[in-house]
Design a binder for this molecule. Structure first.
Ligand code: RP5
Length: 164
């Protein structure tokens, strides 16, 4: 199976990012985690990105806050799919990172999930790998079915409370 890279701009992003790491682990996806910054360690970020395909990666997840250029800087140096996680900051509460991550120029896409929505980034990476991996696809479907069953039960409880 191809590996997924989880890159964060700072170790201060870890409380958000670890939800992605945990989800990838739950699905048994080989995962590497690094701290590279578009601004503070641009050479390291570029070197990783340029060599990611030959190093066995299939998808890169990049999380950053504030002027969140990390996912875009990673995407600039690879044709692997890049998923951006905008992380919230105290001042602008993630709107800064959301717009910095999602508003990429034509030609260099970043698939951006919601602010701090790291689990969805992992699930999207897994869905990309599952295009050619039947076991992963089955596990994704089983989890969808289990979640659906939970919501059906919650609906029954709400309907019983308010509609009878
Ligand atoms: C961004 O600046 C990082 O991704 C982080 O979200 C934010 C603050 O970084 P630290 O000052 O906590 O290292 O580059």
């Amino acid at each position: 199976m191809k590996k997924v890279a989880v890159i964060m701009g700072s170790d201060s992003d870890l409380p958000v990012v670890e939800k992605a790491i945990n989800t990838l682990k739950e699905y048994g996806v080989p995962t590497e985690v690094h701290v590279y910054s578009a601004h503070r360690t641009p050479e390291e970020a570029a070197a990783f990105s340029k060599s990611a395909r030959e190093n066995g990666f299939g998808v890169i997840i990049a999380a950053a806050g504030m002027a969140a250029h990390l996912a875009g800087a990673i995407a600039a140096n690879t044709t692997l799919p890049v998923i951006g996680i905008p992380c919230s900051s105290k001042v602008l509460e993630g709107m800064d990172a959301l717009l910095s991550t999602v508003m990429m120029p034509p030609g260099i896409p970043v698939a951006t999930v919601g602010v701090n929505t790291a689990k969805n980034a992992a699930l999207l990476a897994i869905e990309i790998l599952a295009v050619t991996d039947e076991e992963l696809q089955k596990k994704l479907q089983a989890d969808r079915d289990a979640n659906r069953a939970k919501i059906v039960e919650k609906n029954k409880a709400i309907e019983a409370q308010f509609n009878s």
